[in-house]
Design a binder for this molecule. Structure first.
Ligand code: NAD
Ligand code: TYD
Length: 348
């Protein structure tokens, strides 16, 4: 039996990865380590919490002694590291929190893995999940490749870039068997409604303003989260050690075009008159240091591992909207704060 540690498994992407691994690999023992910050929500994975190959551990990756103890107790074979502070706007308000979790927390995991595995790396793997934002901003043309120079602009992307460098350094210096992926903006179910798509879906449902930063002419490359989880599974099992893979949706949208599409689709789903939600669009002050454009060249993972997105954006977005409309209670619990009680109810 393989013992796999997944960090951040109560968050958005992590919950999809945990669900996939628990269901698909009954021979693995999956340990989900999560501090349950504001972004951690055990309701995201309540469908698998009773599975015999699943254990939830509440804990903070910033606490070095705790992390060392966890590794010596369980001697994990593999680590998939997703825990992070993940929101750019929050990083502008409180950069230090991002250094603590994203840099120090990653260091604690790397150190614990190195010290536990002691150079005996057979069957071991450390997988660091990162972002395309480490590459900085593109102009009108071009794509990020795995060899694009790092050029982070926000405190969030700087902290992720730093953690990526430490992962590589542990590979070079100690031979730690790592794989690293940098992916584009994810969307899908269980997404905390502070990020663009779930925030705007929630606001449209509730007839609240849709705050578009600046002129809205910023571009992101949107990736369906379930396709990302498939890619993570593939890279964890078949990626080459010490390699980086970019993961993207081949799906660039200017924010304002995406928001208009969302408004129109939501009007149809909510049986509102065409154009109703467009009236909620409100241009607001721009984000400082706002990166103009992200777009990923995902040809390496496609050629080497055979991955490509399985759904079109139209399909993914329709599934996403349906999920939020069908899961009004989840959204209500997140926006009211009631989701925070779930841990006490289930685990105390
Ligand atoms: P998220 O904010 O939804 O979830 C993060 C999870 O980590 C939460 O469950 C939180 O409780 C946990 N966490 C935070 N600090 C912790 C700590 N100190 N100790 C233990 N757990 C802690 O994030 P996400 O969107 O699911 O992102 C997951 C990973 O993917 C992150 O590393 C992020 O940088 C990366 N990523 C995300 C996107 C995206 O579009 N969401 C894109 C590229 C890369
Ligand atoms: P976001 O979902 O925060 O992801 P990231 O900043 O990591 O790309 O934002 C996506 C884009 O949407 C980004 O260009 C900022 C913009 N945005 C808004 O215009 N209004 C909002 O309220 C939010 C949250 C984001």
């Amino acid at each position: 039996m393989k013992k796999i540690l997944i960090t951040g498994g109560a968050g958005f992407i992590g919950s999809h990865v945990v669900r996939r691994f628990v269901n698909k690999y009954p021979d693995y023992q999956i340990f989900n380590l999560d501090a349950l910050t504001y972004a951690g929500n055990l309701e995201n994975i309540k469908d698998i919490e009773d599975k015999s190959n699943y254990t939830f551990i509440k804990g903070d990756i910033v606490e070095e002694n705790f992390i060392n103890g966890l590794f010596s107790t369980h001697n994990f074979d593999g680590v998939l590291h997703l825990a992070a502070e993940s929101h750019v706007d929050r990083s502008i308000e409180d950069p230090l929190a991002f250094v603590k979790t994203n840099v120090i927390g990653t260091m604690n995991l790397l150190n614990a893995a190195k010290n536990q595995w002691k150079g005996n790396y057979e069957g071991k793997r450390f997988y660091h999940i990162s972002t395309d934002e480490v590459y900085g901003s593109l102009g009108a043309d071009g794509l990020f490749t795995e060899t694009t120079a790092y050029d982070p602009n926000s405190p969030y992307s700087a902290s992720k870039a730093s953690s990526d460098h430490f992962v590589r350094a542990y590979g070079e210096t100690y031979g730690l068997p790592y794989v690293l992926t940098n992916c584009s903006n994810n969307y899908g179910s269980y997404h905390f409604p502070e990020k663009l798509i779930p925030l705007f879906i929630n606001n449209i449902i509730n007839n609240k303003p849709l705050p578009v930063y600046g002129d809205g002419n910023y571009t992101r490359d949107w990736l369906f989260v379930e396709d990302h989880a498939i890619a993570i599974d593939l890279v964890f099992h078949e990626g080459k050690n010490h390699e980086t893979y970019n993961i993207g949706g081949f799906n660039e949208w200017k924010n304002i075009d995406l928001v208009k599409l969302l408004c129109n689709l939501m009007d149809q789903k909510l049986c509102r008159n065409a154009g109703t939600s467009l009236g909620l669009i409100t241009y607001v002050k721009d984000r400082p240091g706002h990166d103009l454009r992200y777009a990923i060249d995902a040809s390496k993972i496609n050629k080497e591992l055979g991955w490509k997105p399985s759904v079109t954006f139209e399909e993914g977005l329709a599934k996403t909207i349906d999920w939020y409309l069908d899961n009004a209670e989840w959204l209500q619990n997140v926006t009211s704060g009631a989701y925070k009680d779930y841990y006490q109810k289930q685990y105390s």
